[in-house]
Write a protein that binds this ligand. Structure first.
Ligand code: HEM
Length: 468
């Protein structure tokens, strides 16, 4: 593993060479089972879901979750149950999301206003960096909903990120890179202190930076509630602080609040931005797809107002484009690991207790036995009477299903489709002058687009729509 640092790539290569849809790798004392076929994936997460509902404890999950205080990064047990319940009923419920709609709208409006200010200086439009805009939108929306602010510092004049927001988001992405990154010490725990691959230091540094921004706000807010200066929740931080247990004492400790906030940011920032950047890149290279999406937006939303979350159920094509990006360009090679709590036979294979099951996002989403011409970006393949981002049959990974399925599917869908939809509705997109096509290659060590999407944007709506 130290020699072949890109473990995910050699695992996929080996599975291809062996022409198999399921494989078992023994790493240290752990059995890591990788899966490329939806039939076998469903056996794990549908038929035997109860057995495979835990997670491994890794160096990074331990640091980030403050020793297993959170939901996604936690092993199965009472703490996971408690925190998952809090997220489902108190943080991400339909009523909470409605309560926070104005805050999300402010950020969706800021998104188009910021882009408009960059490309409306001349009537010809400008080449803009879509990645900066897309990457900060989910983080801005969550900062607003969590802390009632877009900025930790002063931001930039036109509504873009300042140094503090850049540092915040980039540290979250550093953590995401190392959470389940095949660190050697996760399989040979006695090596943990040595930090042979340098992951531990990078994770600790990133956590320190994010805490530098979160902690003062959280500490101050806890004090305000304690001193009775605050009595009514106004954002998600207030909600987390004011939750009461059956004994009328705070339900969550200060450390639980801090750790869960960090995890919520991690869960929010990557998928929507990655899907929107890839979808727009692919679509600019196939202008017919842009035409079709814009025709739908004009028909459903019109040109006199901006797309709203309530329009999403009627935007089958734009949703299909987002869905196609999740299939073809997942943000990570594997789903979060599922660990078994007993021996189990799955699809005829003996899977020992404690195995870590990795459903391959690449293997499923690009499986030629499931998808015709799998490398082609083709939203039409998803068109039916009802199109959404969920894929409970596991033909690719979006929110998965079962006990460990994503609890943020509603919010994730809204952030992803609003981002892509507003970029398409508000602006005409073209390849920058002098280039033939948008470059669609991936980074060498990840599935992110190798270069940020720079594209030519020109406003297509009346100026009053951008600046109400
Ligand atoms: C398009 C956006 C999103 C996508 C594609 C996505 C996808 C996923 C996936 C694949 C999993 C792992 C499921 C499994 O282990 O089988 C997951 C878990 C999870 N997601 Fe999301 N997610 C998105 C947005 C969000 C948001 C916005 C939140 C919350 C703010 C969130 C919170 C969680 C949590 C807490 C878990 C772990 C659940 C558990 O372990 O019990 N997700 N998500």
């Amino acid at each position: 593993m130290l020699r072949n640092r890109l473990a995910d790539q050699w695992i996929h290569r080996l599975m291809k060479e062996l022409n198999t849809d399921i494989a078992c790798f023994q790493l240290g004392n752990s059995h890591v089972i990788t899966v490329n076929s939806p039939e076998i994936a469903r056996e794990f997460l549908k038929r035997h879901d109860a057995v495979f509902a835990s997670r491994p404890e890794t160096m990074a999950t331990c640091i980030i979750s403050r020793r297993n205080l959170t939901t996604a990064l936690n092993q199965r047990g009472e703490q996971w149950k408690k925190m998952r319940r809090v997220l489902v009923s108190e943080v991400l419920s339909h009523s909470k999301m409605n309560w926070l709609l104005d805050m999300r709208n402010q950020e969706a409006d800021n998104l188009v206003r910021f882009l408009y200010s960059q490309c409306s200086k001349t009537f010809k439009g400008e080449v803009v960096n879509v990645r900066t805009i897309a990457k900060h939108y989910p983080a801005n929306a969550m900062r607003r909903m969590m802390f009632s602010t877009r900025y930790f510092g002063n931001g930039s004049e036109e509504g873009g990120p300042g140094f503090e927001e850049e540092e915040h988001v980039s540290s979250l992405f550093t953590m995401l890179k190392y959470i389940y990154a095949f660190s050697v010490s996760d399989y040979l725990p006695w090596l943990r202190g040595l930090d042979l691959d340098g992951h531990q230091k990078r994770v600790r540094d990133a956590v320190k930076i994010v805490n530098k921004y979160h902690d003062p706000i959280v500490n101050d807010r806890i004090l305000q509630w304690r001193e009775g200066k605050k009595t009514q929740p106004e954002d998600l931080l207030d909600v987390l602080i004011s939750l009461k247990g059956s004994d009328d004492k705070p339900l969550l400790s200060e450390d639980e609040i801090r750790a869960q906030i960090m995890e919520i940011f991690l869960a929010t920032v990557d998928n929507p931005y990655n899907a929107a950047e890839w979808a727009l890149s692919e679509m600019i290279n196939q202008p017919k797809l842009v035409e079709k999406a814009v025709e739908e937006l004009d028909r459903v939303v019109g040109k006199d107002r901006l797309l709203q979350e309530s329009d999403i159920p009627r935007l089958r094509y734009v949703v299909a484009c987002s869905r196609e990006a999740l299939r073809l360009h997942p943000v990570a090679p594997f789903n979060l690991p599922h660990v078994s709590n007993s021996d189990c036979i799955v699809s005829g294979y003996f899977i020992p207790k404690g195995s870590s099951v990795l459903l391959s996002r690449l293997g499923l989403g690009r499986n030629p036995a499931v998808w015709d011409d799998p490398m082609r970006f083709d939203p039409e393949r998803h068109i039916s009477d009802h199109v959404d981002l969920a894929e409970t049959e596991l033909r690719f990974i979006s929110f998965t299903r079962g006990r460990r399925g994503c609890v943020g599917a509603g919010l994730g869908t809204n952030l992803t489709v609003m981002l892509l939809g507003r970029l398409l509705q508000g602006f005409t997109w073209n390849v920058p002058e002098g280039l033939d096509k948008i470059d669609l290659s991936c980074e060498a060590d990840s599935l992110l687009k190798a270069t940020p999407l720079f594209a030519h944007a020109k406003p297509r709506l009346n100026p009053s729509v951008y600046m109400p």
